[in-house]
Design a protein around this ligand. Structure first.
Ligand SMILES: C[S@@+](CC[C@H](N)C(=O)[O-])C[C@H]1O[C@@H](n2cnc3c(N)ncnc32)[C@H](O)[C@@H]1O
Length: 300
């Protein structure tokens, strides 16, 4: 478990989340359980923690604690499960988005460009869409959009056309074959950075990560009690923008809608008013922390 994942902004996020030791909290991205274990340490015997992870590998990390419940499903279904568990309203929700180090380090999952493996990239091995399907069946326009939006790749159009041409001879089935197929688009000076962006884009598409975040944000207002907390750690500018917009305005577009008195009606107040980033020491110890941004909303 110690190698499973090194939690990012651990103390900062849990300090922001837990304000009532008797409360009900939700960790929607359980992973190795680093955040969950610290949350449990802050709760009394009356407190309760419900965690979500769509990856069955995470089940190996479940703590033996009567206050804890793990739901092995997509957090998109958060409301339905909380209703079933009679846990609404909750005092706080934590999301530490993206994938765990464990998932990246398993070559057979296809998340890492430095490891050869099948083009899979599913967090949940039961879900129907794989990276192989995206790479071999999406048309050039759709692929371009994926690389532009989720990878912020400057030559997304050339990349998409190269893949569509490359797969004509034979389907692209492995991470190694994908790397070969796109070698002409990959900059010689910074291949790892470019490949990381390509793989990130495919992973976000395969797992519907933006849709899941959008639904989480839009649901959280109905689930969290007044004064309760929403804490989100993201690793992608698009995710952080969605979180910022939602906390600032109550909608994903970031449009300010005011009432007759000029007040913006929104479920949360973002406090502090800007994103929190890990310090130099944490980044030094944990490369994954580099791109992290945490935002905190307090339910109005
Ligand atoms: C960055 S890791 C979380 C690490 C965790 N905070 C820890 O301390 O070990 C993200 C985890 O969330 C899970 N995950 C991502 N999106 C999800 C979703 N929509 N529903 C359920 N689990 C999800 C992934 O499978 C992964 O295990």
């Amino acid at each position: 478990m110690s190698n499973y994942h090194n939690p990012v902004l651990l103390h900062e996020s849990v300090d922001a989340l837990v304000y009532n030791p008797d409360g009900i909290y939700v960790d929607v991205t359980f992973g190795g359980g680093g955040h969950s274990r610290l949350i449990l340490s802050r709760l009394s015997s009356a407190g309760r923690l419900i965690a979500f992870d769509r990856d069955t590998d995470a089940l190996a990390n479940v703590p033996d604690d009567p206050r804890f419940t793990l739901v092995n499903h997509n957090f998109r279904y958060l409301k339905q499960f909380l209703l079933y568990l009679k846990a609404i309203p909750v005092n706080g929700i934590l999301a530490d988005l993206g994938i765990s180090s464990h998932q990246i380090d398993e070559g057979t999952r296809g998340f890492a460009h430095r490891l050869d493996g099948p083009l899979d990239m599913r967090m949940d091995s039961q879900s129907p869409l794989t990276a192989e399907h995206v790479v071999n069946t999406y048309d050039a326009e759709r692929l371009q959009l994926v690389f532009q939006r989720f990878g912020e790749i400057p030559n997304a159009k050339t990349l998409a056309t190269t893949i569509v041409n490359g797969r004509k001879a034979a389907p692209i089935l492995t991470t190694g074959k994908l790397k070969e197929a796109i070698a002409s688009c990959t900059p010689r000076q910074t291949p790892a950075k470019y490949l990381s962006q390509v793989f990130q884009a495919l992973r976000i598409e395969v797992n519907g990560e933006m849709t899941a975040l959008e639904e989480l944000l839009q649901r959280s207002g109905e689930l969290i009690i007044t004064g309760g907390k929403l804490v989100i750690i993201s690793y992608h500018s698009l995710e952080d923008r969605l979180v910022k917009h939602y906390l600032q305005t109550g909608n994903l577009e970031g449009e300010r809608h005011t009432d007759l008195y000029g007040h913006v009606s929104k479920p949360f107040t973002m406090k502090p008013g800007k994103a929190i980033a890990p310090g130099a020491a944490e980044i030094e110890n944990n490369k994954r922390a580099r791109s992290a941004k945490m935002r905190i909303g307090i339910r109005n």
